[in-house]
Design a protein around this ligand. Structure first.
Ligand code: HAM
Length: 429
């Protein structure tokens, strides 16, 4: 037997056949529409980046375990982008002189991470990124949270299907130092432990806490605090409340948009204060749909200007799992609206001409590439989802007419050829 190359895509990457692509395109288009209604402009960048932009300030897990790296023929160390935030920070810094800050930008890159493929995790995913640059105002947080609500409202029937959980690293540091008596130089390690809180059993966490030098009493207190939710905020030191941008949002009429949850930490080094994630409320999908936060010093890696950023990434895998679980995926679009079918081979050019006129009016129209009998072509048209067929017959064509068939009812009518576009358009409603 011949030894063929494998047809399966590389592990953790996906091929998208047209039907799936149609579903995805419809979902993404709805999201782009909402994002653009807020005035965000789309940008893009290269999939290959210098590896240093991740090593400088990203996530330890990404840099040490998940980066796809390569060395080019000029000995430059490159990586396939695992996320967009370092790239967009680089682009903003490189163009800072000509940008009218604050700027609102969005993109939809594919990102690569060497992960163990599992539900919600693959090696190449698409991530809608939405970010604001150049403002410290809590209005940024409020706008981003409202935008997330509108994005989700465009896809779901009920706000109970998902939850936007937020925290603030400034508040968390204050909670850890004042309420759990964690030394200031250890808050980062303890925060990393909290980041794993929902993923590991308590015994493992207790052991890790002990290794960090925490007493059993401190670990117990940490557990109490992490489950206290909103109530925690009342006991916070005034100084931390004043420094926190998120606190100003929580103290405003926008509070109903979010759920304060100190368990939200996020694994990236660049976040400086607000952090948030969106989760499905169904236990079937445990991984976040969105992740984001405020990063005040990332652009500063590339230029002298201080340009804060805030935004999020929304992943396609978790989004499609979410929509599938809740029965919210749209149906794939039909291939075409109209099929133009010649009854014999000599009418192929006539059919192409009719099809051309239909396309001019915006109708998605096909004609056969190879001649087959009318019955076969009608069956094919039906399968393609065409709701109308225009049949080009010899005698009719000779007198300047075609037959228009409603594929749903089977009704047929003869029409002058030049009236076909308007008759078909009316029939399609
Ligand atoms: P992230 O939390 O790593 O954040 O990713 C954002 C979203 O991308 C996740 O919530 C998830 O939906 C999706 N995602 C991430 N990794 C994978 C994977 N291996 N497979 C499938 N989906 C995945 C960031 O990347 C930040 N740069 C987002 C950001 C933008 N922060 C500020 N602006």
């Amino acid at each position: 037997m011949a030894d063929y190359l494998p047809t399966a895509p590389y592990r953790g990457t996906r091929d998208f056949l047209p039907a799936e692509m149609s579903v995805r395109t419809q979902v993404f288009q709805r999201l782009y529409d909402v994002i653009e209604r807020y005035g965000y402009l789309r940008y893009d960048g290269p999939v290959l980046e210098p590896v240093e932009i991740y090593e400088a300030k990203s996530s330890r897990e990404i840099v040490e375990q998940q980066l796809y790296t390569l060395t080019d023929r000029g000995e430059r160390r490159l990586a396939l982008r695992p996320e967009m935030t370092p790239s967009v920070a680089r682009i903003i810094a490189g163009n800072a002189g000509k940008l009218p800050f604050p700027v609102r930008w969005y993109s939809h890159p594919n990102c690569h991470r060497y992960e163990r493929p599992q539900r919600g995790r693959v090696r190449e995913h698409w991530q809608i990124n939405v970010d604001v640059f150049g403002s410290d105002s809590p209005s940024c947080e409020t706008e981003i949270f409202e935008l997330i609500h509108d994005m989700m409202a465009g896809l779901t029937a009920s706000p109970d299907m998902w939850v936007l959980r937020v925290s603030d690293r400034v508040l968390l540091n204050a909670i850890l130092t004042t309420m759990v008596e964690v030394p200031a130089d250890q808050t980062r390690e303890v925060s990393a432990l909290i980041d794993r809180w929902e993923k590991y059993p308590q015994d493992t966490l207790a052991q890790e806490a002990a290794e960090l030098g925490m007493t059993e009493k401190q670990f117990h207190r940490l557990g109490e605090i992490l489950s206290a939710g909103d109530a925690l905020l009342d006991d916070l030191p005034g100084e931390a409340r004043e420094q926190s941008v998120l606190m100003r949002v929580l103290d405003s009429s926008a509070r109903h948009l979010v759920t304060f949850d100190p368990l939200i930490v996020r694994g990236f080094d660049y976040y400086t204060s607000t952090v948030f994630e969106v989760f499905d409320t169904s236990p079937e999908n445990r991984r976040s749909l969105f992740g984001g936060g405020r990063y005040s010093n990332l652009v500063g890696l590339f230029c002298a200007a201080q340009i804060p950023g805030i935004g999020f990434g929304m992943g396609d895998v978790t989004l499609m799992d979410f929509l599938g679980t809740h029965g919210l995926l749209p149906a794939p679009r039909s291939e075409v609206d109209v099929a133009v079918i010649p009854v014999d081979e000599t009418l192929a050019q006539a059919a192409r001409q009719v099809a051309h006129d239909l396309r001019q009016t915006g109708l998605r129209t096909s004609t056969p590439l190879e001649y087959r009998k009318l019955g076969k072509e009608l069956a094919r048209a039906n399968k393609s989802g065409a709701r109308v067929a225009v049949i080009v017959g010899r005698d009719e064509w000779a007198v300047g007419a075609v037959t228009i068939r409603n594929m749903v009812t089977g009704d047929q009518q003869q029409t002058p050829t030049d009236a076909a576009p308007s008759v078909v358009t009316t029939m399609l409603g």
